[in-house]
Design a protein around this ligand. Structure first.
Ligand code: RNT
Ligand code: ZN
Length: 416
């Protein structure tokens, strides 16, 4: 008997069907962020990430051009099993001759046509999109959609509307929804004199954006809250309460980034809270080290717990899973692949739990047995099921790093 066959029997004894789990895992898309490859710089002239967002490290090989970024994503995708969506930011527009002439409030679908072609080539099953409300001179005093300056708000409203139109185009081209996530850095370094005013302006700006008449069958709009940012420690306009109420009253969805809460708040617990009210929940999977540091996602308990909430609530189609981290201190392709594979591993772990039995134990207050079974499940041979998944998808276990090392030596080291 192969290791997988043995594992299959062990899981079967616990009432878990590994074949069903493998099949399900292969169908859950993960939206892979383009911005890990170039330290969130983009191609529209910023030169570096800023205005509320920050990367650290200077490992050689940052993708500097669309060609380089696409080549890097192509390699990364080839080392990730399972379904992938491609997650783009507006700052990755391919402006061509219009670079320097067209600003973000006037981006058009054609500026993203090469991305559509590329997404199809690499087998992405969809494209997701994000307005880029940072790294730009129109971020004034740390504010965008909530700025007291009418011209600033107008610019970013126009940008977000342009993004909704581009998202409709992506959805049409890819034949699936496009998730559009609005995150703005808006906040204040020190004790505010007015906490309500900026929120009312943000609310009004968002209303203007949503009123543009986008196709709700194609575009799923999400709003992403945050607790604080560097240089904006005292106040964040788009707080959790603000956006949850905004989303609930406007029929859009919330995006939960697991780096955006106080360290003892858990996104795994927020997912079922939202699922009680929303059809869709958007997720940014990251790893905060002491703060929203956007380290590469590791296979940690909270990640497993997040995936358990998605799987056991039958929400794999409701929760839109996206990666959001950017580490510039290590090989960026490795960063992508390690993080994506960890989410898949955590999903597999979640798919291999005997939920019916466990829920029954909880409802019958049979807590001793529930604890025992949950703990026993932790040491079943998941690794053997994971290896089987990889081999069925034609991906070698840990050999993938050879391809990354090779690429680093041949390609990345030449980028100076
Ligand atoms: C920032 C947010 C946001 C960004 C990306 C690049 O704190 O997490 O989602 O990371 O849009
Ligand atoms: Zn995020």
């Amino acid at each position: 008997m192969s290791r997988y066959e043995q594992a299959r029997e062990m899981f079967a004894k616990a009432g878990v069907d590994t074949e069903a789990a493998l099949q399900k895992l292969a169908g859950i898309p993960i939206s892979v962020h383009c911005w890990q490859g170039d330290d969130v710089v983009g191609f529209d002239g910023a030169g570096a990430a800023g205005d509320g967002i920050q990367t650290t490290g200077n490992y050689p090989g940052r993708a500097r051009t669309p060609e380089e970024l696409m080549a890097d994503i192509r390699l990364a995708f080839s080392l990730m099993a399972g379904k992938k969506r491609l997650n783009l930011h507006a700052s990755y527009a391919l402006l061509g001759d219009e670079l320097g002439k067209v600003d973000r409030n006037a981006y058009r679908p054609e500026h993203f046509a090469p991305w559509v072609k590329f997404a199809k080539e690499v087998g992405a099953v969809g494209i997701d999109f994000n307005p880029t409300c940072f790294s730009h001179p129109m971020v004034k005093n740390g504010l965008t959609l909530s700025s007291p300056d009418d011209a600033v708000r107008k610019f970013w409203v126009e940008h977000c509307i342009a993004c909704l139109k581009i998202a409709e185009y992506f959805a049409g081209e890819m034949g699936t929804y496009c998730a559009v996530n609005i995150w703005v850095p808006d906040g204040l370094k020190d004790v505010p004199a007015d906490r309500l005013g900026p929120r009312l302006r943000l609310k009004d700006s968002l209303d203007k954006i949503l009123a543009c008449g986008y196709d709700k069958n194609k575009v799923r709009v999400a709003v992403e809250s945050k607790v604080f940012g560097i240089g904006l420690e005292s106040y964040t306009v788009g707080s959790n309460e603000f956006y949850q109420n905004y989303a609930a009253t406007r029929g859009i969805c919330c995006l939960l980034d697991n780096g955006h809460y106080h360290p003892l708040e858990y996104v795994s617990d927020k997912i079922p809270a939202l699922l009680a009210f929303y059809d869709t929940v958007a997720l940014h999977v990251t790893r905060g080290v002491r703060w929203d540091s956007d380290h590469v996602v590791l296979l940690e308990d909270e990640l497993k717990e997040i995936c358990k909430e998605i799987v056991r609530n039958d929400a794999t189609e409701k929760v839109m899973i996206a990666l959001d981290y950017f580490d510039a201190s290590i090989n960026r392709i490795s960063a992508w692949v390690v993080g994506e594979r960890n989410v898949q591993k955590a999903l597999l772990f979640a798919l291999l739990q005997p939920y019916e039995q466990l829920k029954k134990m909880q409802d019958e207050a049979n807590f001793s047995e529930q604890m025992m079974l949950q703990e026993e499940m932790k040491t079943l041979p998941y690794g053997d099921v994971w290896e089987e998944y990889l081999s069925r998808n034609r991906f070698a276990g840990s050999d993938w790093f050879e391809a990354v090392r090779d690429y680093e030596n041949k390609i990345l080291k030449e980028r100076r």
